[in-house]
Design a protein around this ligand. Structure first.
Ligand code: ADP
Ligand code: MG
Length: 647
């Protein structure tokens, strides 16, 4: 295993989903990507993290205990990443989440969201980046367990519609998880890579194709038009909504049943986090069932105040309550086509990605929009993104692949600066191919002898600057004394392969050129914050290892006690009364000791205890021990006891 790790396997692809994450690695021997199963044997892992009195849980372990620990179980961190606390989407989501979101103590506009939980009896606050880093860390661990050696490099995917702040925050999350990000790529691009590989493998067909990737997941929705050529995947246009997916459909069902419960029992479940969590789980299950049946039952024992809840829901009703959301999906497809100046007939294939594309109504609406065209379902909608990301990771890590490809991405939103009059001046138009460097000249001063100018950077499509998303601002100082409108300033927008922006401004036509570059923006974590989070992540990892060690030691001690009990029973006749009582007391006291102290025990204390117990019990068994030919098990007993070795 280690040999494989060293040779080829070190770069992985991670689909960091809102609801599920997936990890893959390129296998050169088989010329394909392996989607790696997690410790529970599943190919995708819930993007959930939970905290309790003793430990931190990630993935299935977190999701499974959600209803019993709703307020400390975090999901949907991707909906918060790179966002401001006052964003409408954040404010709306908060109303439905059972966990607490608070604001950082920054100035009013710049407040960022923090998730507050109770962990080991203390109030702890985590940034969305930290929660995402825990999920990335889990995916890294899953890959390392499979590969058999440390993994350092990864390609991580983000929705195509993610803005600069959200991409940067995702990159920060990977850094905190101890990963070196080879590249951040768009999820639909990754899916198109998987589709392209699939097509090449299937038919050897290498002609250029236009593919529409329709990715409707748990929390985000992306539509992309991707051109797939002989060796290149080029994203022509992207559209979608960072805030639309399966969870919204679940929420409609939750609202529906909460209202029904209120009507039937005159009780409000919305204020009860545990009930809401259980209702949400039941609604998601019902929604999935409605993709294959036309009616299903929602049945929850003791939902609220001891009252059972049972109701039915039909597919038609479900479709009706989500009609507007489904229509929004089709509108986004239309927008994507018109942005790319393409017709329906230009699209060769429509590729379905994301769990929510299993909803029959979504498929039907899409098929009708594409005038009856068959939709492509040959690639696994849950794994396509990780598959493409892993393939891309292998290319970037310089592995010799039989299929080498160039992947080209575009900017999801227009980027530019605010003007003195309040207008937005676009410098990099939406859907510009990456990487890009655009220099625009002709910026100037508005009054005589103005010493400096402010450059304010926005992203968005509004003509009024302030209505767009503010990315950052900086000041260009030391302008020469001159009448207004005389100094000429060039502004340069440089976007790298990851879609991350650097802006610089420079005085034109002067020997003393001044230049200032921003690589940072207000929403981003500072290097110090990232360092602190990295050391916290290490602390959590150490704590987890310590906890595992303690659990292992505890198991050994418990095993020893059980075994001693069993030996006592078996050799009852050979042991004197006094010794028997002594053994019985030791067993009893050890069980009590474990019970009373379980909160304060560490591995060392337990190992010491085991040694102490052994030193009392073993001599008794040794003294009574007379190998008896009639008892076949007899000769093995004392050597059955394992020597305690801790990792
Ligand atoms: P993400 O990329 O956002 O993590 P996924 O692509 O993994 O999301 O999709 C998860 C979403 O798909 C969840 O909301 C889940 O409820 C939904 N889903 C999964 N299977 C089905 C199904 N059979 N019918 C409807 N929705 C489904
Ligand atoms: Mg997804």
């Amino acid at each position: 295993m280690a040999e494989k790790g060293e040779k080829h396997w070190s770069a992985i692809g991670i689909d960091l989903g809102t609801t599920y994450s997936c990890v893959g690695v390129w296998q050169p021997e088989q010329n394909r990507v392996e989607i790696i199963i997690n410790d529970l044997g599943n190919r995708t892992t819930p993007s959930w993290v939970a905290f309790n009195q003793h430990e931190r849980l990630i993935g299935e372990a977190a999701k499974n205990q959600a209803s019993a620990n709703a307020s400390n179980t975090i999901f949907d961190a991707k909906r918060l990443i790179g966002k401001k606390f006052n964003d409408t989407t954040v404010q709306n989501d908060m109303k439905l989440w059972p966990f607490k979101v608070i604001a950082t103590p920054d100035s009013y506009d710049d407040k960022k969201p923090l998730i507050e939980v109770s962990y080991k009896g203390e109030e702890k606050q985590f940034s969305p980046e930290e929660i995402s880093s825990m999920i990335l860390f889990k995916m890294k661990e899953i890959a390392e367990a499979y590969i058999g050696s440390a993994v350092k490099h990864a390609v991580v995917t983000v929705p195509a519609y993610f803005n600069n702040a959200q991409r940067q925050a995702t990159k920060d999350a990977a850094t905190i998880a101890g990963l070196d990000v080879l590249r951040i790529i768009n999820e639909p691009t990754a899916a198109a890579i998987a589709y392209g590989l699939d097509k090449k493998v299937q038919s050897g067909d290498c002609l250029s194709k236009i593919v529409l990737v329709f990715d409707l997941g748990g929390g985000t929705f992306d539509v992309s038009l991707v051109s797939i050529g002989k060796d290149a995947f080029e994203v022509k246009a992207v559209s979608g909504d960072t805030h639309l997916g399966g969870r919204d459909f679940d929420n409609r069902l939750v609202d529906h049943f909460a209202a029904e419960f209120q009507r039937k029992h005159n009780k409000d479940v919305t204020g009860n986090p545990k009930a809401m969590s259980r209702l949400r789980v039941a609604c998601e299950k019902a929604k999935k069932l409605l993709s294959s049946t036309v009616e299903t039952v929602v049945d929850i024992d003791c939902l609220c105040d001891g009252i059972d809840f049972c109701s039915t829901i039909s597919r038609a009703r479900f479709e009706k309550m989500n009609k507007d959301l489904f229509s929004d999906c089709i509108l986004a497809v239309q927008k994507c086509l018109s942005d790319a100046k393409m017709e329906i007939s230009d699209v060769h294939d429509v590729v379905l990605v994301g769990g929510s594309t299993r909803i029959p109504k979504v498929q039907k609406l899409l098929q009708v929009f594409f005038q009856g065209k068959e939709l492509c379902k040959s690639i696994n909608p849950d794994e396509a993104i990780a598959y493409g990301a892993a393939f891309h990771a292998a290319i970037l890590a310089g592995k010799s692949l039989s299929l080498s490809s160039v992947i080209v991405d575009v900017t999801p939103l227009s980027l530019g600066v605010g003007l003195h009059c309040g207008d937005f001046r676009i410098i990099v138009p939406r859907n510009t191919t990456l990487p890009t460097k655009n220099v625009v000249g002709g910026f100037t001063t508005t009054y005589d002898n103005q010493p400096s100018v402010d450059i304010t950077i926005y992203e968005g499509e509004e003509t009024i600057a302030k209505k767009n998303n503010l990315l950052g601002r900086f000041r260009l100082y030391s302008l020469p004394r001159a009448p207004k409108r005389v100094p000429k300033i060039d502004v340069c927008f440089d976007i790298d392969d990851d879609g991350i922006l650097t802006v610089s401004a420079q005085l034109h036509g002067s020997r003393n050129k001044e230049q200032i570059t921003i690589t940072d923006h207000s929403g981003r974590l500072s290097r110090n914050e990232i360092d602190k989070m990295m050391s916290d992540a290490k602390k959590y990892k150490d704590e987890e290892q310590e906890r595992k060690k303690t659990a292992k030691a505890k198991n050994r001690l418990e095993d020893y006690v059980l075994e001693t009990k069993e030996r006592l029973r078996r050799y009852e006749m050979k042991i004197g009364r006094k010794e028997k009582r002594k053994l019985g007391d030791v067993i009893e006291q050890t069980i009590q000791w474990l019970d009373w102290n379980h909160l304060f025990l560490d591995a060392t204390k337990i190992v010491d205890k085991l040694k102490e117990v052994e030193s009392i019990c073993e001599p008794i068994f040794e003294n009574m021990h007379q190998p008896n030919a009639a008892d076949p098990e007899d000769g093995n007993n004392s050597s059955d006891i394992e020597i305690l070795v801790l990792d």
